[in-house]
Write a protein that binds this ligand. Structure first.
Ligand SMILES: NC(=O)c1ccc[n+]([C@@H]2O[C@H](COP(=O)([O-])OP(=O)(O)OC[C@H]3O[C@@H](n4cnc5c(N)ncnc54)[C@H](OP(=O)(O)O)[C@@H]3O)[C@@H](O)[C@H]2O)c1
Length: 219
């Protein structure tokens, strides 16, 4: 039987109507940049989000269902360094362990792209952060090997998604488009020609708080 190729998937990536995937000036108080939380409003009400935070309840429905699908079949993750945290430049020490506390919501190997080497970091619940300084192809190779035949999820942030798009390496990209205008921040599409890169819109679904758009490589 032919082996199915592990895919590189972007899931539940929120963008404003004007194309921003994060607000400006990320810091400890604003992990998604200023006003960036407005991008994630569709997710904060979902049952998946509540469960991730040890809470009962949360809404079921289209937004929730699509979020759940984004976690299915994932064997490893890739993140950009700014999604991992607000620390810039050489790591001053090992004290920053991500935004998510002792038990991050990944439960797999997570490959963090950075120019600054750092020893791997084992967390509770099966997440292990590996810091990759050899670039996007190396991170994808390592993540694919770790995923053991499952797909690799590219979690963001914006610069990292843009880099992988430009290299034509993303197989599927799900965007949750929020009806807000950020006006500034990290722009997803600036100078990227998605049609020329070979992408098409496969499906669009109206959720409760976001419109879900599924892009894939044209056959
Ligand atoms: N809208 C969403 O759904 C969503 C999802 C995830 C994240 N976000 C948000 O997006 C923002 C972060 O995005 P961002 O665009 O600022 O940054 P990012 O993509 O998270 O990280 C960029 C950084 O990663 C490192 N990096 C990237 N490519 C590399 C390469 N080829 N080789 C070595 N290092 C590399 C570099 O860090 P160094 O050079 O400093 O090491 C680079 O500055 C945050 O606000 C986050 O909350 C939004």
């Amino acid at each position: 039987m032919a082996e199915t190729k592990s895919k590189l998937r972007v899931q539940s990536f929120a963008v404003s109507l004007d194309g921003y995937g994060a607000g400006p000036n990320q810091d400890l108080q604003n992990p998604l940049g200023v006003r960036g939380l407005e991008l994630m409003e569709w997710f904060f009400h979902s049952r998946v989000w509540c469960k991730m935070h040890g809470q009962d309840g949360g809404e079921t429905g289209i937004d929730n269902e699509i979020t759940e699908q984004g976690f299915a079949g994932i064997g490893a993750w890739i993140l950009g360094r700014n999604m991992f945290g607000p620390v810039r430049g050489p790591w001053p020490d090992d004290s920053w362990k991500g935004w998510w506390g002792d038990e991050p919501p990944y439960h797999t190997a997570v490959f963090v792209l950075t120019h600054y080497p750092r020893a791997p970091l084992k967390m509770a619940g099966g997440t292990e952060f590996h810091f990759v300084t050899e670039g996007i192809h190396a991170a994808l190779e390592q993540a694919t090997a770790a995923a053991g035949g499952l797909d690799v999820r590219l979690g963001g942030g914006v610069a990292t998604v843009r880099e992988y798009l430009r290299a034509g390496l993303i197989d599927e990209l799900h965007l949750a488009i929020r009806p807000v205008l950020l006006g500034s921040g990290e722009h997803l599409w600036n100078d990227i020609d998605m049609h020329a890169l070979g992408y098409e819109c496969a499906k669009s679904v109206a959720g409760e708080r976001a419109t879900h758009v599924f892009l894939r490589k044209r056959a």
